[in-house]
Ligand binder design. Sequence first.
Ligand SMILES: N[C@@H](CCC(=O)N[C@@H](CS)C(=O)NCC(=O)O)C(=O)O
Length: 221
Amino acid sequence: MAPKIVYFPVRGRAEVMKLAIAYGGEDFELELVNYEDMKKDTDAYKFGQCPRLIDGDVDMVQSNAICRYLARKYGLYGKSDAETNAVDEILEGVESLRTKYLTLVYQDKLADEPKAAYWKTHCDPESAAARNGGAHLAYLSRLLKRNSAGGGKALVGSDVTMADLQVFDIVDLHARIFGDELKAAYPDLIAFHEHIAGLPGIKEYLASPKRVAAVNGNNLG
Ligand SMILES: N[C@@H](CCC(=O)N[C@@H](CS)C(=O)NCC(=O)O)C(=O)O
């Protein structure tokens, strides 16, 4: 049976899971959950939150735990302890940026002022350089360059890992908001994003009706 993801009708935290399953060559089923039903079912939704993954005997929540499970299942977790550690570092690094992104879109509603401040603090390579490298996207770009085995196409080692899928997704979210500005600032991350988008399984998934539409207008989702 195909793995089942239970979530709200947005891309959100489930998107990376779908990319991993698609790259792993499996199909997935998507079940939409209603907020009130989720809150009542504390056995399944142990923290009152989704996404949830059901895959055979596996029934779990917490997106990064799910991502690690899928990384092990599909061989996306590095080829050595050192690579696995590096994948874990990147998953957590992306999580930090995702938290800030979620504040910008859900709490600050992408208003002009917080958006400009967000760009300056977390994205802008010039202000990052002025702060000796301190900006989240600059960190990711540096990690991509530093991994010579990846040739700009992988963040850890030479093969695709869950770290690549997480970075693809976070770049995808930022590209929707910052468009040309992001392209000009991080051509390496954009080229990386294009490479991942063309991988077998992922290419077909991204073009398929299974990809939940981005919530346009406010760029959420
Ligand atoms: N740490 C959790 C966060 C999950 C989360 O915030 N889920 C949101 C939807 S994206 C949710 O269920 N919110 C309902 C709530 O927290 O009451 C994870 O990574 O899965």
